[in-house]
Design a protein around this ligand. Structure first.
Ligand SMILES: Cc1cc2nc3c(=O)[nH]c(=O)nc-3n(C[C@H](O)[C@H](O)[C@H](O)COP(=O)(O)OP(=O)(O)OC[C@H]3O[C@@H](n4cnc5c(N)ncnc54)[C@H](O)[C@@H]3O)c2cc1C
Length: 400
C-alpha cells in the first residue's frame, strides 16, 4: 500500500514539493486554508516577480543568515536548476540589470502560478482548500477546521509549509506557533525582515523629502555595506539599499536599542575627488547649482546636505565632501511585521535535522519561511523555498 503524505499550507514551498513528490510511491494531499494556492507568491509578483538571482553558485549561499542548513539543498538545486525547471514549464526568464531573475516580459505572476499548478495537477496530487490546520489529536492525527466540521487526517508523513508572519492577508499569519510549542518545539519570536526601518526625521526636513528616492547610494551598518537605492518615508527608510542590512540592523537594535547607519550619497567618489570637483566654481551659477551640476546631486540630496550642515559648513568644500560620504542616521525600530516582505523567527534551526525533519516529531518536516533564517530580497527567499522543497522531495522519493 502507498504511504500518505500531507502537505500543510499551500504557498511557494508547497507548490514545488507537490509537483516533485513521486505519486507512484505516495498518495499526496495539500491542505490550504485559503480557497487558492500561492497567495503570497502572487503578492511577491506585484511590481515584478523576482524568482531568483543570477549570482554565482558559491556566492549565492552566503546571502543566507545562517547558511549552513541550506548548503546541501542549494548544491542539489541551485538558481540554475530553478531557471531550467521554469523554462521546462514554458516560463522563459531574463536577468535584470541588478542580476535578479524575472519571468520574461508579458508573463504575469498568475501565469507562473498556473504553470506550476498545472504540473501539480498532472502529478495527481489532491488539493483541499478551506482546510485550516488546528493542531494534533490525541492520536497524532492532523486536525483541520473545514466549513462543515473538524476533519481528522492520519498521514504517514506530514510536511508543514505554513510560511512566516508578514502580509497576513495572504494567509501567512504565524498563528501556528502554539501548536508546535505544545509539542515542546522551540519557536522563536517573529521579527520583520526586508522591512521599513524607523528614523525620527526632523519635521522641517521630512515635509520636503517624504516619498523621495535616494539612488546609487551605499548604506553601511556594522561594517557591512550595501549599494542600491532607498526611499525616504514619514516612518523612516525602506528599499533595496537597506533591506539586505536587516540582520545587522536587527542585531544592533537587540544589543543597543538603536542601530546606527551611514549613508554615502556618492560611493563612487572619494572625499578628495568631491573636494576637487567643487573647488573651481562656475561664477555664472549659484553655489547650489554648482554643487548640483559638478556632483550630479538631485534636489533631495541637496535638501539633506543643507539641512545637516550649518551655513558656514555648506560653503566649505571639505565639510560638504565629508557630509556627502557620511550621513549618519539612527534607526530606532523595525517596521511592523504585517508590512514586512519577510520575517525571521519561527521554528528554531536547533529543532530540525539535515533533511528538515523535526527532531521531536518523527516523520514530520518543516519547509520555507516558517523556519528561523534570514534572506535578503532579490529572489533569495523563493529560491530557498524551492531548494528546500526539492531536497526533501528527493529524500522522500529515494527512501526505501
Ligand atoms: C510584498 C512581498 C514581496 C515579495 N517579493 C519577493 C520576491 O520578489 N522574491 C522572492 O524571492 N520572495 C519574495 N517575497 C517572499 C516570498 O513570497 C516568501 O518568502 C515565500 O512565499 C515563502 O513561501 P512559504 O512556502 O514558506 O510560505 P507562504 O508562501 O507564505 O505560504 C504559506 C501558506 O500556508 C498557508 N497556511 C498558513 N497557516 C495555515 C494553516 N493553519 N492551515 C492551512 N494552511 C495554512 C497560508 O495560507 C499560505 O498559503 C515577497 C513577499 C512579500 C510579502
Amino acid at each position: 500500500m502507498k504511504k500518505t503524505i500531507s502537505i500543510v499550507g499551500g504557498g511557494a514551498s508547497a507548490l514545488f514539493l507537490a509537483s516533485a513528490l513521486n505519486t507512484d510511491k505516495y498518495v499526496v494531499s495539500v491542505f490550504e486554508k485559503n480557497s487558492a494556492l500561492g497567495r503570497k507568491f502572487l503578492v511577491a509578483g506585484d511590481g515584478g516577480l523576482n524568482l531568483t538571482h543570477s549570482e554565482s553558485e558559491c556566492n549565492f549561499i552566503l546571502n543566507y543568515t545562517p547558511h549552513y542548513f541550506l548548503s546541501e539543498a542549494f548544491k542539489l538545486y541551485s538558481n540554475k536548476d530553478f531557471i531550467a525547471w521554469l523554462n521546462g514549464l514554458d516560463i522563459p526568464t531574463f536577468i535584470g540589470t541588478s542580476g535578479r531573475v524575472f519571468p520574461q516580459k508579458g508573463i504575469k505572476p498568475i501565469d507562473v502560478l498556473n504553470a506550476i499548478e498545472k504540473k501539480i495537477n498532472s502529478n495527481r496530487v489532491q488539493i483541499y482548500f478551506k482546510h485550516e490546520w488546528k493542531g494534533f489529536s490525541d492520536r497524532n492525527e492532523l486536525l483541520f477546521n473545514t466549513k462543515e466540521k473538524i476533519k481528522r487526517v492520519k498521514s504517514d508523513i506530514t510536511i508543514f509549509c505554513l510560511g512566516g508572519s508578514s502580509w497576513p492577508v495572504t494567509g501567512s499569519k504565524g498563528d501556528w506557533v502554539k501548536l508546535f510549542e505544545e509539542k515542546n518545539i522551540q519557536v522563536n519570536t517573529f521579527k520583520s525582515s526586508n522591512c521599513s526601518f524607523k528614523i525620527i526625521w526632523p519635521n522641517d526636513l521630512i515635509k520636503h523629502v517624504e516619498g523621495k528616492p535616494l539612488k546609487n547610494i551605499s548604506v553601511t551598518c556594522n561594517n557591512k555595506t550595501i549599494s542600491g537605492e532607498l526611499v525616504i518615508t514619514a516612518f523612516g527608510i525602506e528599499g533595496s539599499g537597506v533591506y539586505p542590512l536587516s540582520p545587522q540592523i536587527r542585531q544592533e537594535l537587540e544589543l543597543h536599542n538603536e542601530a546606527k547607519i551611514k549613508i554615502d550619497l556618492k560611493p563612487l567618489l572619494t572625499i578628495n575627488e568631491i573636494v576637487k570637483r567643487i573647488s573651481i566654481l562656475n561664477p555664472k551659477k549659484t553655489y547650489t547649482e554648482n554643487l548640483s551640476e559638478k556632483l550630479n546631486l538631485n534636489k533631495t540630496q541637496l535638501i539633506l546636505i543643507k539641512h545637516y550642515l550649518s551655513k558656514e559648513e555648506f560653503f566649505d568644500a571639505e565639510f560638504v565632501a565629508h557630509k556627502i560620504k557620511n550621513f549618519e542616521f539612527v534607526i530606532s525600530s523595525l517596521g511592523p511585521l504585517e508590512d514586512a516582505i519577510s520575517t525571521v523567527g519561527g521554528i528554531s534551526l536547533n529543532e530540525i535535522a539535515y533533511n528538515f525533519e523535526l527532531k521531536k516529531l518523527k516523520n514530520s518536516f518543516v519547509l520555507g519561511e516558517m523556519i528561523d533564517y534570514d534572506a535578503p530580497t532579490g529572489g533569495y527567499l523563493l529560491q530557498s523555498c524551492f531548494s528546500m522543497a526539492n531536497y526533501l522531495a528527493n529524500y522522500l522519493n529515494s527512501k526505501e
